[in-house]
Design a protein around this ligand. Structure first.
Ligand SMILES: [Mn+2]
Length: 331
């Protein structure tokens, strides 16, 4: 990422009178944290700001300041600027796409590497643990004041994308930025409590179902589980309640590839996949199914019932694991 791109983005945002901010589908703490930090900054500068999240704001992120202003859609077009954080794929912003593409200048800020040409200004930094780290730098370049609210939004992005600083993506920069955000008034303890320790009873029971259904194969290297549609209905749970289950599955000893399948709607299964081996790029696997993500965390949808999805997905996972590791041995 060059400083020049940050400066260009800063200039566009300084001059814009109206800005649309867009989050990706199934919004997480990073995409929401970034959009809300920018929303607060730009509003303080007197700009007209519309923040869009096609899938709304999950309950666990409603503590984020400004989250009550997020809309699922808008008819407004022709914004001076648009900022899309945490994805470089236009289809991943759902219905927000039209408003974003109608903006005069589209800025894309991301820590995923995406091919393509989305955005007039593209700021991609794969080394950043979270897009929030990049937005932090952008706000610095913009010389924006960091209020406690803005700092909380950005630190939430970092804490959620690093799984509380446990993943490989954490760098010294992650801690430096986090320290600065703490000094600006953000509290990691409060964020961790809001995001991870206010789970609904139905989500804990759903986790129970997923743990009961846990399967281990390939000498324990492949760990996967599933939740049926009827589990959701009996427990009164929703897809939001599956947040964090895949992380629990990941903690099984010797697991390398981890998958969670949930039949969110009858005949529609959402799949999350994690990898603990850099050679096994699960984003590539997800792309085969029309999804996406990072090398080590990705997701996609499969049509069909849970049995059909299990058959399709797990077979592909086995093959993928074999061919990823053997290709690398040769090369
Ligand atoms: Mn992210």
């Amino acid at each position: 990422m060059s400083r020049r791109h940050l400066q260009q983005a800063a200039q566009v945002l300084r001059e814009a009178r109206s800005v649309v901010l867009a989050c990706h589908l199934n919004p997480d703490g990073d995409t929401l944290g970034c959009a809300l930090a920018l929303q607060a900054t730009l509003e303080a500068w007197g700009k007209r700001v519309v923040t869009l999240s096609s899938d709304g704001v999950p309950e666990i992120y409603r503590f984020l300041p400004g989250s009550e202003k997020v809309l699922t859609n808008t008819d407004q077009r022709g914004f001076d600027a648009a900022v899309v954080c945490d994805t470089g794929i236009p289809d991943r912003i759902g219905r927000a796409k039209e408003a974003v593409l109608s903006a005069r200048v589209v800025i894309n800020i991301d820590h995923h590497v995406t091919e393509g040409t989305f955005g007039h200004i593209r700021i991609q930094q794969p080394k950043a643990a979270a897009t929030a780290e990049i937005v932090y730098r952008l706000l610095k370049v913009m010389e924006a004041p960091f209020t406690a609210g803005i700092a909380t939004c950005l630190l939430t992005g970092i804490i959620t994308d690093t799984g509380l600083y446990r993943y490989m993506n954490v760098s010294p920069t992650t801690f430096r930025v986090s320290a600065a955000l703490m000094e600006a008034g953000a509290s990691p303890a409060q964020i961790a409590e809001e995001v991870f320790e206010r789970r609904s009873l139905s989500s804990i029971r759903l986790l129970g179902r997923a743990l009961e259904n846990l399967q281990q194969e390939e000498d324990g290297r492949l760990v996967w589980s599933y939740v049926r549609y009827e589990d959701f209905t009996t427990l009164g749970a929703s897809d939001e309640d599956t947040e964090g289950i895949v992380t629990q599955l990941r903690s099984v000893r010797d697991s390398v590839v981890i998958a969670l399948l949930r039949e969110v709607k009858p005949g529609r299964v959402r799949v999350s996949v994690r990898s603990r081996d850099e050679r096994i790029d699960v984003a590539k696997l997800a792309e085969q199914f029309g999804g996406g993500g990072h090398r080590m965390a990705a997701g996609f949808w499969v049509d069909g019932g849970i049995e059909e999805a299990k058959e399709k997905v797990i077979r592909t996972l086995r093959e993928w694991m074999h061919c990823s590791t053997s290709t690398n041995r040769r090369g």
